[in-house]
Design a protein around this ligand. Sequence first.
Ligand code: NI
Length: 198
Amino acid sequence: MERSAFRIAGLPIIAIHKVKGMTRYRRALVPGGTYFFTVNLADRRTTLLVDHVDLLRDTVRHTRQRHPFVIDAMVVLPDHLHAVWTLPPGDTDFPMRWRLIKTRFSHGLPQGEHRRASRAGKGERGIWQRRYWEHLIRDEADLQRHIDYIHVNPVKHGYVARVVDWPYSTFHRFVREGLLSSDWGCLEGEVGNVGEMA
Ligand code: NI
């Protein structure tokens, strides 16, 4: 039994115990307020998101300052990202937030990159896929599954052998906060394929 807790923007996530090395979280879910997302680039062969990860970070920060939300977990892969967000009570406007992030990131790219990526995606707004996967988190088990899925994703996609080796992930925050150990990993079968799109 291991116990620790931390708060992000006032929302406590409490790790209550570990089962076979996996941390189980308990936190107060805001009904209707926590979502899992998969957002893809139009051209899945490009690596824009990690090539320009600082731009992406600034873009997300800029958007959050104006339209707050909590990032419960997030991972950035070269051509797509996965995230779990909690929106303020009564606010369900994640489409506006994604629109702002996608637009600002696209316009922040160096001209050459922007043109190349736009061409590949067939149009000015073609850097990102227009549609994205969204899933309303139902309960704590669902939250757990999606957070695990996010953290194991770089391994699942074959970018690294160990979860800890992928830099663009909230996994490292979880380790810092004592919620996960740095050697954490889970088998793909335990997490399943909850959120990939073609
Ligand atoms: Ni993925």
